[in-house]
Design a protein around this ligand. Structure first.
Ligand code: MN
Ligand code: MN
Length: 323
């Protein structure tokens, strides 16, 4: 089928990512949208679900806000030289929308079914939430072949337990994942943990189970470089998952989230930290908890898209290294 508007002067503009960035339908990074899994190496997936939120809701609108900001990102990573769109077929798989969203555990089962199909097709998933409860069903697919390691950047460990009658809210996914044998706690590192708690040992499960917890004060003292080195040591070789909760960032740079905590990671530190994870065998990643109704000028969604691009580069490099 001929293009309605083929480029007349500049052939490079046949690539939608090279066109003026205010044009076109805003898929993630303006990659083509498809549901044909056999044509995809890395699938970017929106998960517009926030039924696991314990306080301020709105992360269900995260995927659209990140899609809207993502054309700010270009084709090449100038810092690392990685060109993810040139080395992998990166596609927007659309949204993992939920048919029965008002029943939390059923919704998570729906998400797991979706991701099992994605992983079975050999597609590496890069997801945008949604609240952090979505990482559990994603891990049910990604960790089905055996427990994976994990780099978890967040203000919260999310290894809580029952809260008001539910064990599957966004403060508990990684406890459930560990119990289900989806995570190897000795290969899990949690970075940026801080804030007040309702329990003097709120995240005790993380430490007791053998996860490495780098609280915000320790991160401040050691810096992003040493934190990344520690993450690489803990995770080591073998498949690993990367999960980035936008509330790990300082609220000054990421106000658009449901559970902000003062004194967080700066974007400058976050970009260096994530880039320094190159070489780990990431088999999936996500970016969660963007709640646009609390945002200003798209700042949080823009920073989220910027982190998402770094995650995409890590996935593309890891996939290439697996051959
Ligand atoms: Mn979280
Ligand atoms: Mn958090």
């Amino acid at each position: 089928m001929p293009d309605l508007k083929p480029p007349a002067r500049y052939p490079d503009l046949a690539d939608p990512q090279a066109r003026p960035r205010y044009t076109g339908i805003p898929t993630f990074f303006r990659v083509p949208h498809t549901e044909a899994l056999d044509e995809v190496d890395i699938g970017i997936i929106g998960v517009p679900f926030d039924g696991g939120v314990t306080h301020r809701s709105g992360a269900r609108h995260g995927p659209r806000a990140v899609r809207e900001q993502s054309p700010m990102l270009r084709r090449f990573n100038a810092a690392t030289g990685v060109a993810p769109f040139a080395t992998a077929r990166v596609r927007d798989l659309g949204d993992c929308w939920i048919e029965a969203p008002y029943a939390l555990e059923g919704a998570l089962d729906e998400i797991a079914r979706f991701y099992r199909a994605v992983v079975a097709a050999g597609v590496v998933p890069l997801s945008v939430g949604g609240d952090h409860s979505i990482s559990l069903p994603i891990l049910r697919a990604v960790g089905a072949a055996g427990p994976v390691g994990m780099v978890h950047i967040d203000a919260h460990c999310d290894t809580g337990d029952d809260y008001m009658g539910s064990r599957f809210h966004h403060g508990a996914p990684f406890r459930r994942a560990m119990e289900a044998g989806l995570l190897d706690p000795a290969r899990v590192v949690q970075i940026g943990i801080r804030g007040t708690t309702n329990d003097p040992d709120m995240w005790g499960f993380s430490r007791a189970s053998g996860m490495r917890v780098i609280g915000m004060d320790e991160f401040d003292d050691m810096g992003w470089r040493a934190a990344a080195e520690e993450a690489r040591r803990v995770v080591g070789a073998g498949p690993a998952y990367l999960t980035f909760d936008i509330d790990s960032l300082d609220p000054a740079e990421a106000p658009g989230t449901g559970t902000p905590e003062a004194g967080g990671i700066t974007m400058r530190e976050a970009l260096r930290l994530v880039r320094a994870l190159r070489g780990l065998d990431f088999v999936g990643a996500d970016l969660v908890e963007v709640a646009p109704s609390f945002d200003h000028a798209g700042l949080t969604a823009f920073n989220a898209a910027s982190i998402l691009f770094e995650e995409l580069c890590l996935l593309a490099e890891a996939r290439a290294a697996r051959g």
